[in-house]
Design a protein around this ligand. Sequence first.
Ligand code: FAD
Length: 353
Amino acid sequence: MSIKTDVVIIGAGPVGLFQVFELGLQGLKAHLIDALPQPGGQCSELYPDKPIFDIPAVPECTGQELVDKLMQQISPFGAELHLEQTVDTLEKRGDDDFRLTTSAGLEFECRAVIIAAGAGSFTPVRVRVGGIDRFEGDQLKYRVRNPDQHAGRDVIILGGGDSALDWAIQLASRARTLTLINRTERLRAAEATVNLFQSLCDEEPERVRMLLGQATGFGERDGRLSELQITLRDEQKSVQTLPVDDLLVFFGLSPKLGPIEDWGLALERKLVTIDLATFESSVPGIYAIGDINTYAGKKKLILSGFHEAAMAAFAIKQRFEPDKKVHLQYTTTSPLMHERLGVDAAGGERAPA
Ligand code: FAD
């Protein structure tokens, strides 16, 4: 049986979540679908504990705190979340008539589709050392969930970008030893971050250090990953063996657009091109917001995605009601907005459920 709704949002990252809010203000119902087991996209998957400083009027919050706040903000609109499934097919059957199916066998019928799929169903770039995959999830990790889990342990971080350096700095004080391994001397992280890590290495060279090379083998004891072999970038290509409890890999994400590539949308370097006034793609009724879209001057920032969500919601409302003018209404003063938000018009308090 099909689930019928006004709009299906593909991707429950921060931008997809905020889209629920903007559609809700327009009186439109939405369902959200995401491949991950939790909402929040990159924020909850890649940096739940890291602080974000550039959300307007929120001087500082972690990735997870932002997601929690968004979930709270969209709660009046009761959008259903369908997690751990990818949208595999999207078919346009007529004007304002779309059918989507997911990998979990759900089927949706809706009047418009919003693609808020970020980098696609992103997967971290894996470390290529034969047989090491079997330690994944336990000792081999592609994200840090709880920094304290690494306290007192021999931690090796592979990679030389922002995530690798940021985590190296955060874990250096907790780990027994921390070794960052990068292929080259060039670190692709903010200068201040690189300098800070370098100073930590200088302060405690026996405990915190960086090696140039790559992981080429491993050893195990009692079924546990116990050591990592590093082929160094010296002339002899010598091999150094390091003890390891936790191997953290930050080689970046491989952007896998996946099925979205086959939906007949105009793309530019694997990103969906849109009309800047509406955020509609080349297929009428399908919109693209957040990291998945591209236009002149696009900045892949959460705040850009929030703006795009508002624009798309207005455009969809106008598409559904072409003969009516869609008026901009302030949430501060509009009784209609208060009604949709379920707040008391006089005091702004949330009405009891
Ligand atoms: P995403 O967060 O990528 O979410 C997209 C979701 O779509 C994912 O959950 C994915 O599983 C899902 N999806 C994709 N394809 C499918 C499919 N076919 N079916 C079902 N689900 C699908 N930005 C800032 O503004 N400030 C910062 O300080 C900041 N710090 C960052 C730090 C790091 C380490 C990183 C990696 C990024 C940072 N960013 C920051 C960037 C920010 O996280 C992204 O701009 C933002 O997450 C984009 O949101 P989104 O909702 O468009 O996409």
